[in-house]
Design a binder for this molecule. Structure first.
Ligand code: ZN
Length: 677
């Protein structure tokens, strides 16, 4: 019997809307499904590459775009469940399948005859509308960027370089991990714990016990390091911890400095081989920002007005410390400690105080209700759609006129098989094929605390914000009205994708919205106005300092990736020279950020760290339109929906944005939101 008729991952689904049949999938189905789906995908690619007809948009670009759908379906299910409900068996499958998937993607991107056809269409496109033209350009570009356009003899060299680069990036993160683990501080005299709250002491005692040690153990992992810097009254120990943290992988046994030079040099070479002057030019091409000039200008516009404000915040903090018995100048290891003390004094508000007002069930209704108020869409829970875990709920999402829009899966509570954090994902993205609109299956996964016996699940204000954030990504997926899968929903430039999510967080700070649902779960009392005021005031506490801190990361990232030669002065000296003009606290000899900056040296953020701030500007500027017209204004919402949420990347993101906002993203909107101007 044909395997694709047998395997619930491959055969057509009998569930309503063709939803994944989680109730029928067993873990043994994955590997055969992957193998069969890869075989089918290769067959489809071969058919395109060897098509005897002359290449054109439909038989090459469009055919390629719709190839490998069975594989996307299997991947969509497997990798989401690996994160949300993954056990050892799933891990094993992941390890087994990833080299096969890499091999398949090289099979496509390094396919000579296929590239020749894509190139022929690119050179002779015929008349295409804007979206098709964009798909053609992007398809061609992705081949070129992976080296397919290089002459034969250069292609092997390029492949080796890429392999070497990913190896060095991996070594960077391994070194950082080893350097982080190499340090620990064990305290045996209780007096050394001065200032630390009970929960920090207990965790440190537990950490010591686990290692068979006496006393209290602190290390450089954030849950240990962060609270120590915040609460320890022992300045000498804070200095010791801070210096250890900020000199990780800078020299010593796990030195990353040589790797940084190597990685930067290889990225430069890769970009040069493909015809770009610097790595940043290469990396920015597919993003909304497009050029390094735009990014550098952007960083400057955000830095210049904020730097004096950040320095003033630091001198005010120093003055506060002095009033409270501090007799020195403020050093980096003093910052968190005094910042926390002052924050507590100014805005005494904590999670425990707010939680009773944010009952999960009320928050779900309020988040759905916000979408109904803005976009007219409704949510109805369904019990006839298969789920992968009993905690998962499924909703059918309908448009204002009753049309089916999407399925929305919500998986709220933690369990051993779920990774930490919160995210939005999809089992199937929206797309159109053969005149049929395939509506999406969207999911959010969070780790909100589960209700205890007789008690409801209560969210912190931060968790409500997270919920709104992931729900914003979900709207981007659910409201999508595009054609080509790679240009639908959240498939947009990386520096644009956080706009729909971050903009939603704003509502968590609007009294007019909070008033509609924040009620004490026992007394029914509304969230007191003074709490709301405190939440809003605390939000901008030291905002210029934190803003500059993020910009410093963006500036050093761009500095490394716009080089045309690797500097000889060494990593620490380079960093101090670049960041010197933007310092807010004294620079400390023997410490540096770069050797532990895994975002840019081993993660996906090289020449991309700016995008955090970029997204903040987009959402601040976009939300100001709601502030101007009313936070529930239907006309503004309709425009956001039709210009942004429905569009995916069917047009340039800068055009989509301008169509909505009427102007280019304005950095001032963020500076204003942060209270800097
Ligand atoms: Zn996000």
């Amino acid at each position: 019997m044909d395997m694709s008729e047998n395997n619930p991952l491959l055969r057509p689904s009998d569930a309503p809307f063709g939803a994944p049949e989680f109730d029928k999938i067993s873990k043994d189905d994955y590997m055969p499904a992957f193998e069969e789906a890869i075989r089918m995908a290769k067959e489809e690619v071969d058919a395109i590459a060897s098509n005897p007809e002359a290449p054109d948009f439909a038989n090459t670009i469009e055919a390629l775009e719709y190839s490998g759908q069975a594989l996307s379906r299997v991947e969509g299910i497997f990798f989401n469940l690996l994160e949300a409900d993954g056990d050892e068996k799933m891990q094993q499958i992941a390890e087994e399948v990833s080299p096969k998937l890499t091999e398949y993607s090289l099979y496509v991107s390094m396919n000579g005859p296929l590239f020749e056809r894509v190139k022929a269409v690119k050179e002779n496109p015929g008349s295409l509308d804007a979206t098709r033209r964009k798909l053609l350009d992007e398809t061609y570009r992705s081949f070129v960027r992976s080296g397919a356009g290089l002459p034969e003899e250069k292609r092997a060299e390029f492949g080796k370089l890429m392999e070497q680069l990913s190896l060095e990036e991996l070594r960077f993160s391994n070194n950082l991990l080893a350097a982080t683990n190499a340090f620990e501080m064990v305290l045996t005299d209780e007096a050394d714990l001065d200032g630390l709250p009970d929960y920090v002491r207990e965790a440190a005692a537990e950490a010591a016990r686990e290692k068979g040690r006496e006393g209290w153990l602190f290390n450089l992992e954030f849950p240990s390091f962060g609270p120590f810097m915040k609460y320890s009254a022992r300045r000498d120990l804070r200095e010791k911890m801070w210096k250890a943290y900020n000199s990780r992988a800078l020299g010593g046994d796990n030195d990353n400095t040589a790797l940084i030079s190597g990685i930067v040099g290889m990225r430069m070479k890769m970009a040069n081989m493909l015809g770009y002057e610097t790595y940043a030019d290469f990396a920015l091409e597919p993003r909304m920002a497009k050029t390094r000039g735009t990014v550098e200008d952007f960083l400057r516009k955000l830095t210049d007005p904020a730097l004096p404000v950040a320095r003033k915040e630091i001198s005010e903090l120093e003055a506060y410390a002095r009033q409270n018995g501090f007799g020195d100048s403020l050093q980096p290891w003093d910052f968190s400690y005094w910042a926390e003390k002052r924050k507590k004094e100014l805005y005494d508000i904590d999670d425990q105080l707010l939680k009773p007002y944010f009952r999960l069930e009320k928050c779900i209704n309020a988040v759905f209700g916000l979408a109904t108020r803005l976009y007219g869409i409704t949510f109805e829970q369904r019990h006839d759609i298969p789920v992968y875990h009993e905690d998962v709920r499924v909703y059918e999402v309908k448009d204002e006129n009753g049309d089916h829009l999407a399925l929305f899966y919500a998986d709220f509570f933690p369990r051993d098989t779920k990774r930490g954090g919160a995210w939005m994902t999809e089992f199937r993205g929206q797309y159109m094929q053969g005149g049929k609109d395939f509506r999406p299956f969207i999911s959010i996964v969070t780790n909100f605390s589960k209700p205890a016996a007789g008690k409801p699940s209560l969210l912190t204000h931060g968790e409500l914000e997270t919920f709104l954030h992931e729900f914003g990504h979900s709207l981007h997926g659910m409201l999508s009205r595009g054609t080509y899968p790679s240009m639908c929903g959240t498939n947009v430039a990386r520096d644009f994708v956080e706009l729909p999510s971050q903009i939603m967080e704003n509502w968590a700070y609007e009294p007019e919205y909070l008033d509609t649902f924040a009620r004490h779960y026992e007394t029914g009392e509304t969230l007191p106005a003074e709490y709301i005021k405190k939440i809003m005031a605390a939000k901008n506490y030291l905002s210029a300092y934190y803003h500059i801190r993020q910009l410093q990361f963006g500036i050093i990232d761009m500095a490394w990736h716009t080089l045309t030669a690797v500097p000889e002065e060494g990593v620490e000296a380079f960093e101090k020279r670049v960041l010197g003009p933007f310092a807010t606290l004294p620079a400390i000899e023997g410490t540096a950020v770069c050797p532990s900056f895994s975002h840019i040296f081993s993660g996906g953020y090289s020449a991309g760290y700016y995008s955090y701030k970029w997204a903040e500007v987009l959402e601040a500027d976009a939300f100001s339109m709601f502030s101007e017209n009313g936070i529930f204004d239907r006309r503004t919402a309709a425009s956001f929906r039709s210009n942004i949420l429905e569009k995916g990347s069917s047009e340039e993101e800068s055009v989509l944005y301008k169509n909505f906002r009427g102007h280019d993203p304005a950095p001032e909107a963020l500076l204003r939101k942060l209270g800097i101007i």
